[in-house]
Design a protein around this ligand. Structure first.
Ligand code: SAH
Length: 206
C-alpha cells in the first residue's frame, strides 16, 4: 500500500469523544500519520518489526503501522475511553495485522528493556501548564524499550531532543518539520481550526 492509499485509509476515523486537556489529547492528522509511517517503513523500521505506539489515543499511528505488515503492533494508552475508540477505528481500518491495545502509563510502561524494535509516538507536548517536559518522559521510555523511535514535538524542540538523545545513548538520525492541524477541541482554542508547526525526529537508541 502506497502512502496515498494509506492516508485514504486513515481518513474519517473517529476522534476523542470527550477529550481530556490534561492528557493533551490531540489526534495526529491522517496525512501526517501516513507520511510518518511511510518514512519509517522506507527505513526498514515497520515491516516485520514489533512496533509500539506510546500514548496511542484513538489509534491512528498504531493502525497506520498495522497496515505495513509489521510482526506485531502494541498501542499503549492510559485513557480507556480513547482505547475504546481505537478499537472501533481498528474495525474501520481493518489492517493486515491486529493491534494489541494495552491500557497503561507510558511513563512506566510495563515492557521489558529492548522488547520492541520501533516506537512511534505523538506524546503530550507539555504545553499545558504543569506538564512541561511531558515529552521527555515518553522519550525516556522509548530509550529503554526500543531500538528506534519516531516522535512528534512542537517546533523549536530540536536542540532539546538532540541533547536528550545524546544523554541517553541515542542519536537523532533524521529530523523534519511539518504542519499539524488541530481542530477546535478545547475551550481555550479561539479559532475553528489551527495549524501549529511541529518537528519529527527519528532517533536510534543504543
Ligand atoms: N497517538 C495519538 C494520540 C496523541 S495525543 C495520535 O497520534 O493521534 C497524546 C496521547 O497520549 C493522548 O491519547 C493521551 O491520553 C496519552 N497520554 C498522555 N499521558 C499519558 C501517559 N502517561 N500514559 C499513556 N498515555 C498518555
Amino acid at each position: 500500500m502506497g502512502k496515498r492509499a494509506l492516508a485514504e485509509r486513515l481518513h474519517g476515523l473517529a476522534g476523542f469523544r470527550d477529550p481530556d486537556v490534561t492528557l493533551e489529547q490531540y489526534p495526529t492528522p491522517p496525512d501526517l500519520a501516513a507520511h510518518l509511517l511511510h518514512l519509517a517503513d522506507l527505513q526498514g523500521d515497520i515491516a516485520g518489526r514489533t512496533v509500539l505506539d506510546l500514548g496511542a489515543g484513538t489509534g491512528i499511528l498504531a493502525l497506520a503501522a498495522a497496515c505495513r505488515d509489521p510482526a506485531r503492533v502494541l498501542g499503549l494508552e492510559r485513557d480507556g475511553d480513547a482505547l475504546a475508540v481505537a478499537r472501533e477505528n481498528e474495525r474501520t481500518v481493518a489492517p493486515g495485522t491486529a493491534v494489541d491495545w494495552l491500557r497503561a502509563d507510558a511513563t512506566r510502561a510495563p515492557l521489558p528493556a529492548d522488547s520492541v524494535a520501533t516506537v512511534v509516538t505523538n506524546p503530550p507536548f507539555g504545553a499545558q501548564s504543569g506538564n512541561e517536559g511531558a515529552d521527555r518522559a515518553f522519550l525516556r521510555t522509548a530509550a529503554s524499550v526500543a531500538g528506534i523511535s519516531y516522535s512528534i514535538h512542537n517546533a523549536g524542540s530540536q536542540s532539546f531532543v538532540e541533547s536528550f538523545a545524546a544523554d541517553h545513548g541515542g542519536e537523532v538520525t533524521h529530523a523534519f518539520a511539518a504542519a499539524f492541524e488541530i481542530p477546535r477541541l478545547y475551550e481555550h482554542h479561539e479559532r475553528e481550526r489551527e495549524e501549529i508547526d511541529v518537528e519529527l525526529f527519528r532517533i536510534a537508541w543504543d
